[in-house]
Design a protein around this ligand. Structure first.
Ligand SMILES: Nc1ncnc2c1ncn2[C@@H]1O[C@H](COP(=O)(O)OP(=O)(O)OP(=O)(O)O)[C@@H](O)[C@H]1O
Ligand SMILES: [Mg+2]
Length: 389
């Protein structure tokens, strides 16, 4: 591939003379991205998988619980790439216990959740921020609050040189552009997000992600903001009615190839290879998400039918059951809050769902017990737990 995707600028960092990469604005030029043959097939497969996922989402009657679960899974996986040790079960346990203190890992996952919710809300709110660097900066501010992020300039474009992979700029895998060039480079990227160029939106989302990572505008959190940006773009550009597609799991599984493909854009001008990889990811993850949606839905439907068939079924038991997909881990206190019941009533409802094989006590303790909707959590967490299997 003879395509040039940027230029190098020599800079001095830490007493070393290194070459920082300054990417050309999108879209790929000379030659333009060719979407024929294999790539066209990939695109077709990815679009089909995405459409099936969208349909699966539509078939779920109480859609919000489904989304709720998916977003939590994504928050955990995306944070795990950075090395956060929290699991999905840790997050659900934490959320079940009001007022419990978050450790730094859980805090990071919760920040990711808040950041994503914030960005989606801004994009849908009447006077909310548009898709822009300002929006991403505000999202970054929320991602980086608290213990680990505070010294990473939350919400701010970096004011110093950074590098990726390697102990110093001189042996780094990638040295992003010098910081004085960031306003211009990010301005170009922002304009690209708002201007049609004839490329399919799915392909454009992949290009934007790659360009964002190449620019690496923040001191830290570039991976997470860049992954979140993909989900925002797909929703905003109308590729999906609801944000159900999260590629973090794919990037985590193929981390080496992910980094290599990003590198190859700079080194070999290989936007086609990157796009191919990205579209593969979309197809694989969309298919998996469709299967998960289907399975979760049948688990809930089957359990509901069983509970309804039981003579002992009461309104309270059913009401608690209907809360479980959104809150798959409960305590007696959280059950009281969820169904607005007294303690004895909540205890009875939890016990009934335990007898029905829906809830299972997970702590083995006598007090402060946690009850999990086990089959549901087990299905949801496939692929999401890095540690403590
Ligand atoms: N060779 C490369 N060229 C461009 N971008 C890269 C390269 N290698 C990795 N990246 C990107 O850099 C991200 C890591 O950057 P950073 O530490 O700022 O983000 P993070 O959100 O804290 O980490 P992570 O993505 O590991 O969770 C990777 O996720 C990837 O998107
Ligand atoms: Mg990092």
């Amino acid at each position: 591939m003879q395509r040039q995707t940027g230029r190098y600028e020599r800079i001095a960092v830490g007493g070393e003379d290194v070459a920082a990469f300054v990417p050309l604005p999108l879209p790929p030029r000379a030659p333009e991205l060719s979407l024929d043959g294999r790539l066209a097939e990939r695109l077709h497969a990815a679009e089909g998988a995405l459409m099936r996922l969208d349909l699966a989402g539509e078939m779920v009657p109480s859609f919000d619980w489904f989304l709720y679960a998916f977003v939590r899974k994504e928050a955990v996986i995306s944070s795990q790439i950075e090395g956060t040790q929290a699991t999905l079960v840790d997050l659900l346990n934490f959320e079940a216990e009001e007022g419990s203190a978050a450790n730094a890992d859980i805090e990071e996952v919760c920040n990711y959740l808040n950041a994503l919710a914030y960005a989606r809300e801004e994009l849908t709110r009447a006077n909310g921020l548009p898709l822009s660097m300002r929006l991403l900066n505000e999202t970054h501010r929320r991602l980086m609050t608290g213990a680990r992020g505070a010294n990473k300039q939350p919400g701010e474009i970096r004011r110093s040189q950074n590098w990726i992979g390697g102990s110093r700029p001189g042996n780094a895998m990638h040295v992003p552009p010098p910081h004085p060039l960031l306003p211009e480079l990010l301005g170009d990227l922002e304009r690209y997000m708002h201007k049609e160029d004839g490329l399919p939106p799915l392909v454009r989302a992949g290009l934007v992600h790659a360009q964002f990572e190449t620019i690496h505008p923040y001191l830290d959190g570039n991976g997470r903001i860049g992954r979140l940006l993909i989900a925002l773009l797909l929703e905003h550009w109308g590729l999906m009615k609801s944000p159900l597609l999260y590629l973090s799991l794919f990037f985590k599984r193929h981390r080496e190839e992910y980094y290599r493909r990003l590198n190859a854009i700079r080194l070999d001008g290989d936007f086609e290879g990157w796009t191919n990889f990205f579209l593969d990811g979309v197809a694989a993850i969309a298919d998996e998400a469709t299967a998960t949606a289907r399975d979760l839905f049948s688990i809930v439907a089957a359990d509901r039918a069983r509970i309804l068939a039981d003579d002992a079924a009461s309104i309270t038991i059913l009401r608690l059951f209907e809360e479980l997909p959104r809150h798959p881990v409960v305590t007696i206190a959280s059950a009281m809050r969820l169904i607005g019941a007294t303690k004895p009533t909540a205890i009875r409802a939890v016990a009934a769902l335990e007898r029905a094989g829906v809830l299972r006590e997970t702590t083995g303790r006598k007090r402060d017990r946690h009850f999990a909707y086990q089959t549901y959590v087990d299905r949801l967490r496939i692929g999401a737990d890095l540690v403590r299997e």
